[in-house]
Design a protein. Sequence first.
Length: 266
Amino acid sequence: MNVEAASPILLFDSGVGGLTVYDALRKVLPQAPVIYAADLAGLPYGTKTEAQIAARVSGLLGRMAERYQPRLACIACNTASTIALGMVRDVLEIPVVGTVPAIKPAAALTRSGTIGLVGTEATIRQAYVDDLESRFGNGTRLLRIAAPGLVEAAEAKLRGRAVDPALIADVHDRLAAMPGGEAIDTLVLACTHFPLLAKELAAAFGPQVTQVDGAEGIARRIADLLEGQDFASTGPDRFLVTGPLAGAAGLEAALTARGFGPAEAF
């Protein structure tokens, strides 16, 4: 397939969580032009129904692909990927990379055999996650909880606001209270927002618990799929938001640090 050198990679998320994937992607493909799309008008996804998420994500990505002609799309959101990845692949005629909970690497890392998984309400109830556990869990015990409040906390942190320690403590306490929870030594961050809170989670869980997320694996997958292609940037990477542009207020420092231009409305 002949691809224009200026053709972007489209990274899509419900909010700013996918910037953790963007950061990993920059390490392996520093020259690739990227358009990041944050569906702030649809945030949060975790409280929506499967039908709502599937319709919204496939509709938005279809329109974005038509408008921006990306060479590849990445759904940098666990909730959207576990629900809508197949539908989006049916709609788009370009490679589509999804984000799934990092159960396989966690199973390889754990020493105690007990893994904690923190995600949104929609992610942790998916049969997709059950399937990942049965295929890659390798006999480990997987304890899952929903922590929707962490999405909001991560969004706020990237805008320079303080994270409520009680939110983080609640995640730790609920996992620890589950049967076998005291043995957790590996924590799967099954939402791309959650690595933005890595420092706070590490303080709550202690140094004996290793955090695992999928960002580096996704970045490697994108790089593999685009191997041999030419890249030519025509300026700063673009950061798009759905809904009012005011939704991006407070993100200026985080976007500038990553080399984005000013936020734009989609």
